[in-house]
Design a protein around this ligand. Structure first.
Ligand code: SIN
Length: 281
């Protein structure tokens, strides 16, 4: 197995390994790399649905997704991420990740990791479209002046599904999600459960305020910290290849999908599996 770190502050590429036949020693190296580098791409994998789920399970329990109409008919653990339409209807979640975010921060126990397995990658003139961008929330926290780190150390942000966007009362899906999912509070600077590093844990989409702070001041601070989190210097951009298995750490970074492809000229199909996490502290 070959593990190569990207030149960026996050990211590693792993080759010459078959995840369907993985020794405990190689799994330990992959998990260590994952914790240290926050996003890893394991290339050239030929995985059945069951093999993908079994690999994900080695990191923790699997969380079935609440968008039941987009899950695999025989494997509820797998969510389709896709722009493909059948009979005029999306076969999967077509706009996942359209703003910088960390997965499901609006839940009590946000997921430790998300895995995305590429089955179809949109191409144009030999170039892959639909890159996914990642940014290190740990490096962003490290970059803050000590007085800012001290100021935010004990603050807790309010996270709500669809967050500030839902407040406008537009999207029906957002409103339904919001009814079933009460707001939660999490530390603004979260401690990584495996590395102990402090990570900024706020996003413009989900965070509606900060406990005990006036709304205007709170949103200004959330926006400032969210902007720092996604600064270019903390990023890695993933250019997809078919059969990439990419996985990312939902405490240590935020991510953003790019939508530079279009149905029906381009087809994108990914299988996504989510691994459960712990209550942020
Ligand atoms: C996601 O945010 O879950 C999807 C990212 C992508 O499709 O690139």
């Amino acid at each position: 197995m070959q593990i190569t770190h990207t030149p960026n502050v996050i990211g590693a590429h792993i080759t010459q390994v078959d995840l369907a036949n993985l020794s405990d020693a190689d799994f330990a190296s992959i998990e260590k790399t994952f914790n240290e580098r926050s996003v890893i791409c394991i290339r050239d994998q030929k995985l059945t649905e069951r093999q993908l789920i079994d690999f994900a399970k080695r990191f923790g329990n699997i969380e079935p997704h609440f968008l039941k109409h987009y899950t695999h008919p025989d494997h509820a653990e797998i969510l389709y991420i896709s722009n493909i339409k059948k009979d005029g209807k999306d076969i999967g979640h077509a706009d996942a990740g359209s703003v910088w975010h960390t997965d499901m921060s609006y839940t009590e126990r946000p997921p430790r990791a998300t895995l995305l397995y590429a089955l179809e990658v949109p191409m144009e003139n030999g170039v892959a479209l639909g890159d996914t961008l990642f940014s290190s929330a740990a490096a962003a926290h490290d970059s803050l002046p000590p007085e800012t780190q001290k100021r935010i150390a004990n603050l807790r942000a309010i996270h709500q599904v669809a967050g500030r966007r839902a407040k406008t009362g537009t999207g029906q899906q957002d409103q339904a999600l919001r009814r079933n999912q009460p707001a939660v509070v999490h530390p603004v600077a979260r401690t990584h459960p495996f590395t102990g590093r402090k990570c900024l844990y706020v996003s413009k989409g989900e965070c509606e305020g900060i406990e005990g702070m006036a709304q205007e001041e709170a949103l200004k601070l959330v926006d400032q910290l969210a902007d720092i989190t996604v600064e270019e210097r903390f990023r890695y951009t993933h250019r997809w290849q078919v059969r990439d298995l990419l996985m990312w750490d939902n405490c240590a970074l935020q991510h953003l999908a790019s939508f530079d492809y279009q149905w029906p000229q381009h087809r994108r199909l990914m299988h996504r599996v989510t691994v459960g996490g712990s209550v942020p502290v």
